[in-house]
Write a protein that binds this ligand. Structure first.
Ligand code: SF4
Ligand code: SF4
Length: 337
């Protein structure tokens, strides 16, 4: 019987309540048949040579990752590291979402075409669960059980002659390399870099023009990639504010919209509801330009303001806080929020 791999990504630091939740989830799942349970340090911090990252890359079948990150952030973070699959849908919703009605999706014709994940996506599913949604292990454990059953059913429904999963050049018959639990948990230094959500990105390359620190580049197919992610300036989320599709995620930024929450886009601006309802309406472009200038000056370079790397589309936007507030409120009214 093939087993479902479940990986718990630890919270950075040693927060006792978070560690206790992680441990209780692992303890409960270790007793479940058909699961392979492992623990790695914070997913976002795993460098290319970290054993935890190598282990994740070696997993061939369906995968569940529980982390302290928004599910969208964790999914595209894994994709960035070459750990690809189809996004599995979780039924685990944060308690506040329970009575949320399903907002009708934007008509496809009105949406710019996203470029989607690069390369071949293996025939498996990756489920990403957010540990911040609950402070008890039971809902997470129940959801992992549900996912395990869903994966079993999906496998059982496959025709007998369906191609076996082949990932990272490993034939399905080849035994997976063994990883010692203590090696998986080797400490990982903190990192800071942008993660691109390719289900939103339209490859407009505005981020490439805007970032003056060489973080972005393009691959052989001229698709945007984070080429030198560790050149990103710690704590700076500037380019995420100028991305017209809200496709750039900084998973550990304090604002939910930038950290990968599914807040969506309204009026071409990234909405940060906490700031909006706190009465502080950010001028996204102005803030991004100021953040970039601050990093340029910290590097001993000259501040450039909005004179470099800013798309005309952005500078044409009305800039007064009053105009932005009116537009945001109109847009929220239109959404019935
Ligand atoms: S600005 Fe956004 S949509 Fe445009 S290429 Fe960059 S990530 Fe993609
Ligand atoms: S946050 Fe700043 S340094 Fe990092 S990629 Fe974006 S613009 Fe470049």
């Amino acid at each position: 019987m093939s087993r479902l791999t479940v990986v718990v990504s630890q919270a950075p630091g040693k927060h006792p309540a978070k560690r206790a939740l992680e441990e209780s989830i692992v303890a409960a799942l270790l007793l479940e048949p058909g699961l392979e349970v492992s623990v790695v340090p914070n997913l976002y911090d795993l460098g290319p040579d970290h054993t935890g990252r190598l282990f994740l890359g070696s997993v061939r079948g369906d995968l569940v990752v529980l982390s302290w990150l928004y599910p969208r952030a964790a999914f595209w973070l894994l994709d960035r590291d070459g750990i690809k699959g189809h996004a599995g849908e979780t039924q685990l919703k944060p308690p506040a979402d329970d009575d949320e009605d399903d907002t009708p999706a934007e008509p496809a014709a009105d949406k710019p075409q996203a470029i989607g994940a690069a390369g071949t996506v293996p025939d498996r599913h990756i489920y990403t669960l957010d540990l911040r949604d609950f402070n008890k292990h039971e809902p997470c454990v129940a959801e992992v059980r549900r996912i395990a059953a869903e994966c079993r059913d999906r496998r059982a429904a496959k025709p007998a002659n369906a191609p076996a999963i082949i990932q990272l050049g490993l034939a399905a018959k080849e035994p997976a390399p063994a990883f010692a639990p203590e090696a998986l948990l080797a400490p990982a230094g903190r990192r800071w870099y942008p993660v691109i959500d390719y289900s939103r990105c339209t490859n407009c390359l505005e981020c490439l023009d805007f970032c003056l620190f060489g973080v972005y580049g393009v691959d052989s197919l001229e698709r945007i990639v984070t080429e030198n992610q560790d050149q990103c300036k710690k704590g700076c989320p500037a380019c995420s504010r100028v991305c017209p599709q809200q496709a750039i995620i900084f998973p550990e930024y304090k604002s939910a919209a930038i950290a990968g929450a599914d807040t969506g886009a309204v009026g071409g601006l990234k909405i940060d509801l906490s700031r909006l309802f706190g009465g502080d309406v950010g001028d996204a472009l102005g803030t991004a330009v100021a953040e970039r200038d601050r990093e340029l000056v910290n590097d001993g370079r000259v501040a450039v303001g909005a004179t470099v790397g800013v798309a005309k589309r952005q500078t044409d936007k009305p800039a007064t806080p009053k105009d932005e507030l009116d537009k945001l409120v109109d847009d929220l009214d239109a959404l019935g929020l």
